[in-house]
Design a protein around this ligand. Structure first.
Ligand code: ARG
Length: 487
C-alpha cells in the first residue's frame, strides 16, 4: 500500500491523474541532491538525539544502496522522488527504522533544499563557462587591435573601429553576466531545511548543522518564506535571460558576418551545417539555434514568474510546475555559452574584407567634422552641417569641395580659417581615426590593450571566487562523508 496515501485516502488516482500530478520525470535532476539532503538530515537527527544511532546507521546504509541503484530503481507510481525514495528505504530498512527519516521534515523544505543544491551546481558550472567565453573573446581581441572594421549603428556604417574593440564590447557584457550569476548563487545557496511544512517543527532541529553538512552559506531565517519562495529560481532564470539576450546578439552578428553580404568571417565546419538540396550551402545553424534558445529561456522566465504570481503563502503544488522550466533554461544557457566559445575560438577572420568595407559609407564623416572644429574653431553643429551636405553629394571631399560648401553655408572658406589639405586627408583615413580615439573605452589599440588588462583582472577575481566556492563545497562534501561513514 502507498505509504503516503494509505492513511487519509482510500481511492487510488487513475493513471491519467497520476501522470498529471507526478514530478518523477523532472525529479531526475534532484535525485542525487535528495540523497545528500536525506543524509544530512538524518545525521543531524541523530546528533540531536531525535533518532537512535542504530537507526541512523541503518538509514544511511539504505540510502547508499538506493544511491547506487539510481532513480530508475524507484517505484514510479509514487508522485515524486521524495516519497518514492522513502518507500524504497522503508522496503530496505523496515518501517520501524526507515519510517523515522522524515521526522521534523516535510517534502516542502526537502524539495526546496534539493532544487537549491542542484541549481548551485548549474550556476557554478555556468560561471566557469561564461568565464571561458570572456577569456576566448579577450584572446581573440589580443590578435586584432589593428584589425579595422566598420562599426554600426542602425546596422548602417557609422564609424570605423577595430575587431578587438567589437569583441571586447561583447566580453564586457558577459563579464557583467558573470557577476549577476554570482549574485544569484549567493541567494540560491541558503538552507531551507528545518522549515518543515512551513511552521518549522517542535523537534529540536539544528538548522546550522544541516547547512554546514550541505555547504549552504546561510540558514533561511523565516520558515514560511523558506518553503514558499522560488524567487531564487526567478533570479537565476533572470540572469540566464540576460545572458541569453547577450548571446543572441553575438549569434546574430556571427550569422550576419558569415553571410555573403558581409563576408567578414567564416565559421568553422564543426559549427556549420549544409543543405539537403543546395550542395553549395554552408549554414550557421549552431548560431541560429543559439539565437533561438534566447526565446526558450525568456519563455522559462515568463512561465516561472507567472506560476509564482499571486500564490498565497506558503507552499502550493503550483511550485512543482515551475521547476522543469528552470532545468530547461539552465540546459539552454549553458550549452549556448559553450557553443559561443567554440564558434569564437575557431572562426576564420577575413581581415581584408573588413578593411575594404571600412572605406565604404563615409564612416570618417564624424572625424572630418571634429577636425574642422579643432582646426577652424567652427561650432560642431555648423561643421556637422557642412560635412552632412558633402555626404549628400556622395563624393570623397577635398579641401576645395569643403570650401565651396562652407562659402555657401557660413560665407567663409575653411582654408582661410586654418584647415589644410593634409588635415582633410588624415581625417578621412580610418586608421588615423581609430588611433585618435584614445579616450577611456575607445578603439585606439593603446586603449583596447588597457581594456584587456582590466577585463583580465576582473576575470581573475571571479576565478578566485569560483575556486573558493568549489573548495567550500568540497569541504562540505567531505564533512558529510565523514559524518555518514562514522555512523
Ligand atoms: N514534488 C513536489 C514539488 O516539486 C514536492 C513537494 C510536495 N509537497 C506537497 N505538499 N505536496 O514541489
Amino acid at each position: 500500500m502507498n505509504i503516503l496515501r494509505r492513511g487519509r485516502l482510500t481511492i487510488e488516482p487513475d493513471e491519467d491523474v497520476m501522470r498529471f500530478t507526478s514530478s518523477m520525470e523532472a525529479d531526475k535532476r534532484i535525485f542525487d541532491a535528495d540523497i545528500e539532503v536525506d543524509k544530512a538530515h538524518v545525521v543531524m537527527l541523530k546528533e540531536q538525539s531525535i533518532i537512535a544511532e542504530e537507526d541512523c546507521s541503518a538509514i544511511l546504509r539504505g540510502l547508499d544502496i538506493i544511491q547506487k541503484e539510481g532513480i530508475t530503481a524507484l517505484d514510479a507510481s509514487y508522485e515524486d522522488v521524495h516519497i518514492a525514495l522513502e518507500a524504497k528505504l522503508i522496503g530496505i530498512a523496515g518501517e520501524d527504522t526507515g519510517g523515522r527519516m522524515h521526522s521534523g521534515r516535510s517534502r516542502n523544505d526537502e524539495v526546496a533544499a534539493c532544487i537549491r543544491l542542484a541549481l548551485r551546481e548549474e550556476l557554478i558550472n555556468l560561471m566557469e563557462e561564461v568565464s571561458d567565453l570572456v577569456m576566448t573573446l579577450v584572446n581573440n581581441a589580443t590578435k586584432h587591435h589593428e584589425t579595422i572594421m566598420p562599426g554600426y549603428t542602425h546596422t548602417q556604417h557609422a564609424q570605423p573601429t577595430t575587431l578587438a574593440h567589437h569583441l571586447l564590447a561583447h566580453a564586457s557584457a558577459f563579464l557583467r553576466d558573470l557577476s549577476r550569476i554570482r549574485g544569484a548563487y549567493w541567494r540560491t545557496n541558503m538552507n531551507p531545511l528545518g522549515a518543515a511544512a512551513f511552521a518549522s517543527t517542535g523537534f529540536p532541529l539544528n538548522r546550522r548543522r544541516t547547512a554546514e553538512l550541505l555547504g549552504f552559506d546561510a540558514v533561511m531565517e523565516n520558515s514560511m518564506d523558506a518553503v514558499g519562495t522560488r524567487d531564487f529560481m526567478i533570479e537565476a532564470i533572470g540572469t540566464f535571460s540576460n545572458l541569453m539576450t547577450n548571446l543572441g546578439r553575438l549569434a546574430e552578428e556571427l550569422i550576419l558576418w558569415s553571410s555573403s553580404e558581409f563576408d567578414f568571417i567564416e565559421l568553422d565546419d564543426r559549427y556549420s551545417s549544409t543543405s539537403s538540396i543546395m550542395p553549395q550551402k554552408k549554414n550557421p545553424d549552431i548560431a541560429e539555434l543559439m539565437r533561438a534558445k534566447t526565446g526558450t529561456v525568456h519563455g522559462a522566465l515568463m512561465s516561472v514568474l507567472t506560476i509564482c504570481k499571486a500564490l498565497p503563502y506558503s507552499y502550493n503544488r503550483d511550485l512543482q510546475e515551475a521547476t522543469p522550466h528552470l532545468w530547461r533554461a539552465a540546459d539552454a544557457v549553458r550549452a549556448s555559452t559553450r557553443m559561443a566559445t567554440g564558434m569564437v575560438s575557431t572562426m576564420k577572420i577575413k581581415k581584408e574584407n573588413m578593411k575594404r568595407a571600412s572605406s565604404e559609407g563615409f564612416m570618417t564623416a564624424t572625424e572630418l567634422a571634429d577636425t574642422i572644429v579643432r582646426k577652424t574653431n567652427t561650432p560642431f553643429r555648423t561643421a556637422h552641417h557642412i560635412v552632412g551636405a558633402i555626404a549628400k553629394t556622395g563624393k570623397t571631399p577635398t579641401l576645395s569641395d569643403l570650401d565651396e560648401l562652407a562659402s555657401d553655408i557660413i560665407k567663409e572658406k575653411l582654408s582661410d580659417k586654418g584647415l589644410t589639405e593634409k588635415d582633410v586627408r588624415e581625417a578621412l583615413e580610418p586608421k588615423a581615426n581609430i588611433k585618435k580615439r584614445t579616450v577611456t573605452g575607445g578603439p585606439a589599440p593603446k586603449e583596447t590593450k588597457r581594456q584587456i588588462k582590466v577585463i583580465k583582472k576582473i576575470l581573475a577575481v571571479h576565478q578566485k571566487e569560483i575556486n573558493v566556492i568549489r573548495k567550500n563545497l568540497d569541504r562540505a562534501k567531505e564533512k558529510l562523508d565523514r559524518a555518514t561513514t562514522s555512523q
